[in-house]
Design a protein around this ligand. Sequence first.
Ligand SMILES: [Zn+2]
Length: 341
Amino acid sequence: MTDSQPSQAPELAPFRIEPVFTARVWGFRDLRPWYDRVAEGDPIGEVWLTGDDCLIATGPHAGKKLGALFQEEHAALLGPDAPVTDSPLPPQAESPLLIKTIFAREKLSVQVHPDDKLAQKYGQPRGKTECWYALAAEPGAEVAVGVKPGTTLAEIREGIRAGTLEARLNMLPVAAGDMIFVDAGTVHSIWPGSILLETQQNCDLTYRMYDYGRPRELHIEKSLEATKLATRAGKVAPRQLADRTILIDVGYFRMERIPVNSSRTSESLGGPGGKRGLAYLFAASGKARLTGAGSEPVDLPPRGIVAVPAASPEFVLEDASGLGEQLELIRITPNWPATTT
Ligand SMILES: [Zn+2]
C-alpha cells in the first residue's frame, strides 16, 4: 500500500482520451494504418486528441468531456504551477494544449494565428503558437513556414489579390522525425506529403489569408494585422539528454521522445527535476499500457493520448507493442507563459 501524502488535490489516475475525427475538405477518406477509420462522408483532415469536446474513455470520469473535467478538476490536472490568479490570462478552464494529428491530401489554406496580445484585443483568452512533429513524410514533402526574407506586407497583400502568394512563401522540406516551430504571427501552410502531430495553444483563432481559389471564407485584414514578417519559426534541432530527446522546449509547450525499453516508472518519465504538472503521453508508433496501484490498467493505443494528471498516483508504463513493432513515446507538457516581462 502507498502512504498517502497530504496534497492539495485528491489523486486523479491517468486516463485515455477518445479522439474526435474532424472533417476537412483537404483531408483523407481512409486513415488506415494510422487509425482504423474510413470516412463514409466528408474526408477527415484533423484528429483532435485533446480537444475540450473529446470524451474521457477510462476511469471514474469516463463519458465526460475533457473540457468539463478541466473545469471540475483544475488543480488535480494542472498542479500548483498552473496560472490561476496572477496571470494576465484567465484561469485555464480547458485543456491548455490542443494536440492533433493532421492528414493533408491537399494543401491547407495559407493562414496566420494571432499572438496572445492580439487575441485578447478581440476578446479571446489566448493566441496560437504551434509546432509540427513529422510522424511520416514522403520524398519531396514540404510545408510553408513564413515568407521569403525581404517580403513586405504590401507584397503579401498583392500576392493575395493576384493569386500569386505561393511564390512568396518560405518552403521547408519535411522528413520523418522533423520538428517545426510555428510561432504566432507566422504565415504558414501545411502541404500534402507528411503526417503531422500538431501541438498548439488551445485557441480557435485562425485567420485564413489565401485558399488557392477554393470558395472558403478569407479573413484578409485580420490575417495581415496578425502577420509578423520576421518570426522565430523554423526547424528545431533535437537535443539529446541521457534518458530522452528534447524535440522542442519553448514558451507554451515542451515535447520529448522517451525511449521505453520494456518499461519505465512514472517518476522516470518525469525525469530529473521534473515538475509535477500535467503530461500528455502519445504513442507515435506501437502501444503502451499503464498499470498502477488503485486503478485499472489504461491502454495507450497507436496515435492515441493518455493524460497524466499532476495529481496522478505512481504507475508503470510498459511497451505493449506487437511483434515487429516498437513503442515510440512522445511526452507533451505545457509551459506556462511568463507572467512578467
Ligand atoms: Zn496553424
